[in-house]
Design a protein around this ligand. Structure first.
Ligand code: ADE
Ligand code: ZN
Length: 326
């Protein structure tokens, strides 16, 4: 129909995509084969069949196993390039990609291999696809702050190749306060700041992300509606939320898409955006997230324009770039 065509065709920004979460089973098996890595799954179909999650942790276990096939600079390039081809098909013109260096350095893959492979894909996406992309380094919150500090030290020689830092992995039991010092150092370095908060965790974790980490944007943040004072703060300060509807359903944050609170977030004046999170695992890239959410929540053309506008406003593009995008 016409709304679906409009959603597919409208230029948009994607601000919440874990590049390791774009690794499709076919590419996982191809890389396992060429790198001599053995997988605990017999086939692409067997791996896909394991994608039945009950919460965030049940997903993370499989997501980290999938990432174990990434060894060389070419692997990181190929993964990101495959995402950029999907992004172009969905009319994404600006993308900010999360990457999890600790998932790889812990396995002995040098930080340089990770960032150089991703950076080459970012450059080529600009040249050949006209996609403006940048990288955001995420710290794994189930690990210690000392490990995050060591990762930031390793990243310093490559500071020109990423624009900011984020915080991801298992939220419950790993509050923002645990990472106060490493985010203070990141701010001192002039990096942009985001954090996952209020995906499964309570509103207190969103307050902590803002007040302790200095987050400029909240990843997920769907639990904010439980705290009216927090909603007021997010609205007043125009703090964007990068919402990932299909992810929230697959990880059982909401029972069904019809029960998702995106419409209410928008109605309350929050700068909410639609994103894919880990598209290879959650059943769709960004346009699929738009299409299914619009259908389930009966959203209209006005919502479509607002969400696309929000995606550019919430991005870390320069003021001049935003002017052209909007
Ligand atoms: N890493 C990849 N996807 C994630 C998510 N949805 N929440 C936390 N950490 C993640
Ligand atoms: Zn995420």
């Amino acid at each position: 129909d016409r709304l679906a065509d409009f959603l597919r065709g409208m230029p948009k920004a994607e601000l919440h995509i874990h590049i390791e979460g774009s690794l499709e089973p076919e590419l996982i098996f191809q890389m396992a084969q060429r790198n001599g890595v053995s997988l605990p799954y017999a086939s692409v179909e067997a791996l896909r069949a394991a994608y039945a999650f009950t919460n965030l942790q049940s997903f993370l276990d499989i997501y980290y196993a999938g990432a174990s096939v990434l060894l060389t600079e070419v692997d990181f390039f190929d993964m990101a390039w495959a995402y950029f081809l999907r992004a172009r098909a969905d009319n994404v013109i600006h993308a900010e990609l999360f990457f999890d260096p600790q998932t790889h350095t812990m396995r002995g893959v040098p930080f340089a291999v990770v960032i150089n492979g991703l950076h080459r894909a970012v450059e080529r996406a600009r040249q050949e696809l006209g996609i403006r992309a940048s990288l955001i380094l995420c710290f794994l919150r189930h690990l210690s702050e000392d490990e995050a500090l060591a990762t930031l030290e390793e990243a310093k020689p490559y500071i020109g190749r990423f624009i900011g830092v984020g915080l991801d992995s298992g939220e419950l039991g790993n509050p923002p306060e645990k990472f106060a010092r490493v985010f203070a150092e990141a701010r001192r370095l002039g990096l942009r700041i985001v954090a996952h908060a209020g995906e499964e965790g309570p509103p207190a974790y969103i307050w902590g992300a803002l007040d302790v980490l200095g987050a400029e944007r909240i990843d997920h943040g769907v639990q904010a509606l439980k705290d009216p004072a927090l909603v007021e703060r997010l609205v007043r300060e125009h703090i964007p939320l990068t919402v990932c509807p299909l992810s929230n359903i697959k990880l059982c944050v909401f029972p069904t898409l019809a029960q998702h609170n995106l419409r209410e977030l928008l109605d309350r004046g929050l700068v909410a955006t639609i994103n894919s999170d880990d598209p290879a695992y959650f059943g769709g890239y960004i346009n699929q997230n738009y299409l299914e959410t619009f259908q389930a929540l009966q959203l209209n053309l006005g919502h479509a324009r607002r969400l696309a506008e929000n995606s550019f406003v919430a991005s870390f593009a320069s003021a001049e770039e935003k002017c052209r995008d909007l």
